[in-house]
Ligand binder design. Structure first.
Ligand code: R5P
Length: 294
């Protein structure tokens, strides 16, 4: 059976890696907006009876998800056997509980919406904090790949004498895996968050790591405050400016400028297209697609 991959134009390089990795052909479509902002979709490939995957960027989901759903529904209307979603970055994972009375638990609602619309999901390092598996909120087959190996590979080839540092307790198990795969030591800091842009990071035990290059790794870089605070403490303690690696560079307004002003080198995986992308996730996603389609 044919496997056809449709892709957001911004992710075309990654789409090429995925197509090569799992033997898919490129789906062709047109998408534009009517003058009133509504989405126009026209699928040009024959998808009748085909396994179809859509590679989409869910960064800024409130504007990107509706066009995705228009494409998915068009593909189903045209007879695709199944339509799966390859989302290198899975949005709406952080509001995973009711922190204050009356709040919505957007993680659940978003998962419900996607589960109703697509037949399967492959993603990379979703923010699993108070839930431990996507299956707790997604009712479709949902596979979470991890960027541990690609990140470790980048560290091995680009950083001299690295020490991987997790900027907070949440990152501990994950930072340890990256360090193990990169063959270097690991240190984890503790973090307290007082507000969206107010984060305090504890001093680490740095004495063992003088002469090492600190590599801060986190799943998400949003405001950059977590990285900046952690880096500042490392530098105050006499370590060199760290390399900051994020799987998903969301980059809230001003984040990159603030990180640059703090003297940080920032590297991201290519889950969200950006000039900081240096670690390709396409081959990993191709493996995930093959696994979920078996
Ligand atoms: C938090 O739970 C995540 O793992 C990241 O540490 C967080 O999203 C980073 O956010 P920011 O860049 O705004 O400090």
């Amino acid at each position: 059976m044919s496997l056809i991959l449709f892709s957001l134009p911004a992710l075309e390089a990654m789409a090429g890696d995925i197509r090569r990795g799992c033997g898919a052909t490129a789906g062709e479509y047109e998408m534009r907006h009517f003058p009133d902002g509504e989405t126009y979709v026209r699928v040009l490939s024959d998808v009748a009876g085909a396994e179809v995957a859509v590679l989409w960027q869910l960064h800024q989901p409130d504007s990107t998800v509706l066009p995705l759903l228009m494409l998915v529904n068009t593909l189903k209307d045209l007879g695709a056997k199944r339509v799966g979603l390859v989302a290198p970055y899975l949005a709406y994972m952080r509001q995973d509980k009711r922190f204050h009375a009356g709040e919505g638990i957007s993680q659940r609602y978003f998962a419900r919406l996607l589960s109703q619309q697509v037949d399967w999901l492959v993603t990379v390092d979703p923010h699993l904090h108070r839930i431990s598996a996507l299956s707790e909120v997604y009712t479709i087959p949902a596979l979470a790949m991890t960027a541990v190996e690609p990140m470790a590979g980048w560290i091995r080839t680009h950083v001299t004498n690295p020490v991987v540092i997790g900027p907070d307790g949440e990152s501990e198990q994950w930072a340890a895996s990256v360090a193990k795969a990169a063959g270097c030591p690991c240190e984890v800091l503790t973090k307290e968050r007082f507000g969206d842009r107010d984060v305090k990071v504890s001093l680490p035990h740095v004495d063992n790591y003088r002469g090492h290059t600190p590599v801060l790794v986190d799943d998400i870089i949003s405001t950059g405050k977590t990285m900046i605070q952690a880096a500042q403490h490392l530098m105050d303690a006499g370590l060199s400016a760290p390399v900051c690696i994020g799987v998903h560079g969301i980059f809230a307004a001003g984040a990159q400028q603030e990180m640059a002003a703090a003297g940080l080198k920032v590297v991201t995986c290519d889950s969200i297209a950006d000039h900081t992308n240096a670690i390709a996730l396409g081959p990993l996603l191709a493996r995930g697609m093959k696994e979920i389609l078996q």
